[in-house]
Design a binder for this molecule. Structure first.
Ligand code: NBX
Length: 897
């Protein structure tokens, strides 16, 4: 079907594919001049409205995002600055037609065909190809890049299966494969003309010209699938290029197949295809580790080959490699794309013939790194031995970078203090558990034997008096032999490659994702690097797109904001949201605000009924914690707070209960990583608590506890607009930023939280009175942990009471010993309450009592809610992207002609 849009005279056909040969792309030699040229071999889009009408397809214009590594490639002459990430974008249709301002027309057209937009939209499976916040952030960034007309692309892998579908059974979480491509994917354009060979294994040889060459091994092919990302109210559409892997066509073993050895014939094919089967395949086995490393390398190699090929094509025959960093930026979103560094070095040196120092200068100026976690166990390390087998040339390059780093460190700190120098080297080196190179090893062999002259930094020659006689030496040897024989054989620690260190060393910029997190990155995680290169370190506080996270997911609130701020400018200029402040006490706004929230709550109530069978009262407070299940995010603190509330209710009579408690619907959602046992226990515990409380006739509507299965972007779009209180209660210093906190605040939800991640900035922006703060501060965590581990901390009586209550079996026969044991101040069951649940429990429950008091006063609550929306303007990803563009990528928006 077709129709003429309000703003654009273009026919739009649903579910037709854009033919690559009809695509256009933008080219400009200056940021402000843009001309369009037809593209035949590469279907890069800039402007949907310029597609021939019969080919212009909304359906193919925007799509899912996978675990991707957007390489936002910018530069002056083509859209291609690079950004690496994971994407998790949910559904595409409403976002696409919304950004093109065609929602009304689409709805009308569908109605004429006997359908509603809502039903059609609900047919689309969520593209849950990301993991959590990291991936969703990348999707928001793509929306902002397109909206703001920045020349940028995303790159990623096209996973056949998403993370997993979460089912809840009587045993807790069960994972089921998520076959999101099963019924086809109208949002992608397969580009069989854009493919690259990616190599694994093999060996490095020196060719006659003295250059290293990587030969042999196993080759696979990465084929591009393009996903157009249209901006809001602009003609710009950027590209998300996802790679799918297959076996090179000449490698199908026809003779084996004909000889009846079918499995053998298909082996190479399966090997290649399985690289893109799933996101984060289990990596406990050796096979699993190899697969993950193959995924990372495929992404890096194919994307860089693509970027370089485009750079060369644009260079009019004379490639000036030194200009590469002016034209291309690669933003590595976490460490998954770290192999970009040695891959760019390899291509520049081994394929393009540059010298080490030329290639290094280019690489350094091109790549930048965003850190998303301070958890030491989440900082990626790869086995050196495995990496050397799979990527022998890259390991040589990494060794060279490591050697160069050692030299830099020595030249900065000198050798006069070997102890300090050794500490620096141990903490900063890319290669972990390695001996020092021979050139410096002597310094540390035995400082007693090799004293260093403090003034000159030179080794002092041994005098006769220092000389060990042969006899003494052999006696010494004998002694050590005896000692060794009596000891357990020493376990040699495995040699590892530290990916984050490589990113910090090679990147010209390193950023955290919220102010407090960036400070921790400087003061703690990468402090030694910060001391050496302070100019590299930056903060880029995360943001979320106000299009998806207010305008589309909460149309009633959007209309209200437009009405009260007198225009819809706020969608692009979120600073206009602050105009709501002047109406924070206006009764009419209050009534409309509350009515909007109530409509959203009713929608959620019917969703919960359908998904879980539980009925909830839409007049109760909707209290929500939705995020990945992780001990540091402390869903356990939330549920123990609920248990405390329940126990208190049980100790009262009906009248007292009613007088003392505000009715609440406590909603949880989130996936636990499939091998994260403790996280799965938490899910099981929450569902068990819910099963008891929800069926307790004494409690009724006063308290409901619901775990929403299979939390994803679509569920978030439904829950967030209906939320009144949301929980962001991580142990201070552990959540890098959080982004759902921003979405909740934008939608007029009040946060209860610790001073962690972006909470700190949200509280500053919305005002201290409009945020429920509790808990220990980041700077106190280390000493509190120590106190807890040493058994010096005495938990609050109320906490002990709650644990006893759980152990009494009130929530069923399941044994929660291990879960509850993790909260004891000893190491018996894990990490001695490492996340300080016991410590923060009293301030948390007291804060929750203040929440009840505030909610009873609906005028006060509504004002707080309005002031949250009004104060959330900083958290638009448009602001974040402008900062990346200016401070890291050095790019400007294109001005459309
Ligand atoms: O990135 C998340 C952080 O936890 C959030 O605080 C932050 O807001 C968000 C965006 O900056 N990190 C995250 O989602 N990490 C991963 O998904 C991840 C997955 C696997 C892995 C490392 C990180 N090996």
């Amino acid at each position: 079907f077709s129709f003429t849009s309000r703003n654009r005279s273009s026919k739009v056909s649903l579910l037709t594919r854009v033919k690559p040969s009809f695509c256009v792309r933008c080219v400009s030699s200056e940021p402000k001049q843009r001309v369009r040229e037809p593209v035949t071999e590469e279907g890069v889009l800039s402007d949907l409205s310029t597609f021939p009408p019969d080919a212009a397809s909304i359906a193919s214009s925007i799509k899912y995002h996978a675990e991707f590594t957007p390489l936002f490639s910018s530069n002056n002459f083509e859209p291609s600055k690079a950004f690496f990430a994971t994407a998790q974008s949910g559904r595409a249709l409403l976002n696409a037609i919304g950004n093109l301002e065609l929602t009304g027309e689409y709805a009308d057209a569908l109605e004429k065909l006997g359908h509603t937009l809502e039903t059609v939209a609900s047919q689309e499976p969520d593209a849950a190809l990301g993991n959590g916040g990291l991936g969703r952030l990348a999707s928001c960034f793509l929306d902002s890049l397109a909206t703001l007309n920045y020349p940028a692309w995303g790159y990623g892998l096209r996973y056949k299966y998403g993370l997993f579908k979460q089912h809840l059974t009587k045993d807790g979480q069960e994972e089921v494969a998520e076959n999101w491509l099963e019924i086809g994917n109208p949002w992608e354009i397969v580009r069989n003309d854009v493919s690259y060979t990616v190599k694994f294994y093999g060996k490095v040889v020196m060719s006659s010209d003295g250059k290293s060459r990587w030969i042999g091994g196993e080759d696979i092919v990465a084929v591009a699938y393009d996903v157009p990302i249209p901006g809001y109210k602009t003609k710009t559409t950027i590209n998300l290029r996802l790679w799918s892997t297959k076996v090179p066509s000449d490698q199908f073993d026809l003779s084996a197949f004909n000889a009846g050895e079918h499995s053998k014939a298909c082996e190479a094919q399966t090997n290649a295809e399985k690289i893109c089967y799933i996101l984060y395949p289990g990596d406990e086995s050796e096979e699993g580790k190899i697969l993950r490393l193959k995924q990372q390398y495929t992404l890096c190699s194919a994307s860089l080959q693509d970027i370089i090929a485009r750079f060369e094509r644009r260079s009019d025959g004379s490639v000036r490699w030194e200009e590469f960093p002016d034209k291309v930026a690669v933003q590595m979103n976490d460490t998954h794309p770290t192999l970009c560094i040695p891959e760019l070095m390899r291509i520049l040196m081994d394929v393009k013939g540059l010298t080490w120092s030329e290639a290094w200068k280019i690489t350094e100026r091109t790549v930048a790194y965003t850190n998303h976690t301070v958890l030491p166990e989440a900082l990626e390390k790869w086995s050196y031995e495995l990496m050397q087998r799979l990527l022998p040339r890259h390991v040589e390059i990494i060794e060279m970078i490591d050697k160069q780093l050692i030299e830099d460190i020595i030249s900065e700190y000198g050798t006069s203090n070997p102890e300090m120098l050794e500490k620096k080297l141990v903490s900063m080196r890319i290669l972990e558990n390695f001996d020092l190179p021979a050139s410096v090893a002597g310094l540390f062999a035995n400082p007693e034997e090799n004293p260093i002259d403090d003034k000159t930094g030179e080794k002092v020659e041994a005098t006769d008096a220092d000389t060990v006689t042969d006899k003494e030496e052999s006696e010494g040897e004998e002694k050590s032999k005896n000692e060794a024989a009596n000891k357990e054989p020493a376990i040699t620690p495995p040699k590892m490659v530290r990916m984050a260190n490589l990113c910090v060393v090679a990147g010209h910029s390193v950023n955290g994702v919220a102010e407090i997190h960036s400070e921790i990155v400087k003061k703690d995680v990468f402090n030694d690097f910060f001391q050496l290169w302070p100019e590299k370190f930056q903060n880029k506080t995360n943001g979320v797109t106000p299009r998806r996270w207010i305008h589309f997911c909460n149309p009633d609130l959007s209309a209200l904001i437009t009405k009260w701020t007198s225009s819809n400018d706020w969608i692009l200029k979120t600073e206009k949201l602050s105009e709501l402040q002047k109406f924070a006490d206006n009764e009419d706004l209050h009534n409309e605000w509350r009515a909007t929230k109530r409509i959203n709550k009713i929608k959620v109530a019917s969703f919960l009924k359908e998904k879980t069978g539980y009925s909830v009262n839409p007049d109760a407070m909707f209290d929500i914690q939705v995020k990945r299940i992780h001990e540091y995010k402390r869903q356990l603190l939330n549920i123990l707070g609920i248990v405390y509330r329940y126990k208190k209710m049980k100790d009262m009579n009906a009248a007292e209960r009613k007088a003392n408690f505000v009715p609440r619907v406590c909603i949880f959602g989130g996936k636990a990583f499939s091998t994260y046992v403790q996280a799965k226990r938490i899910i099981k515990f929450i569902t068990d608590v819910g099963a008891t409380i929800n069926h307790d006739p004494d409690i009724g509507d006063l308290l409901k506890v619901i775990f929403v299965p299979d939390y994803n972007v679509t569920v978030a779009e439904l829950l967030i607009p209906a939320s009144e209180l949301s929980q962001h209660i991580s142990t201070a210093g552990m959540e890098a930023s959080g982004t759902s906190n921003m979405k909740f605040s934008m939608n007029g939800c009040i946060l209860i939280g610790t001073l962690d991640g972006a909470n700190v900035e949200i509280r500053q922006e919305v005002g201290e009175d409009n945020f429920f703060l509790f808990g220990a501060r980041a700077e106190d965590i280390a000493s509190l942990r120590k106190e807890r581990a040493e058994g010096k901390f005495v938990p609050d009586e109320r906490f002990e009471e709650v644990k006893k209550f759980v152990k009494s079996g009130v929530f069923g026969p399941h044994n929660y010993d291990e879960l509850m044991g993790s909260l004891e101040g000893n190491e018996g069951f894990g990490r001695a309450d490492y996340f300080l649940v016991a410590k923060d429990f009293p301030s948390y429950i007291e804060c929750q009592e203040k929440v009840d008091v505030a909610y009873r006063d609906q005028r006060r609550w509504t004002k707080m809610s309005i002031l949250n929306t009004a104060g959330s303007s900083k958290f638009s990803s448009d602001r974040t992207i402008h900062e990346y563009a200016k401070d890291i990528w050095n790019i400007q928006p294109l001005e459309l002609i």
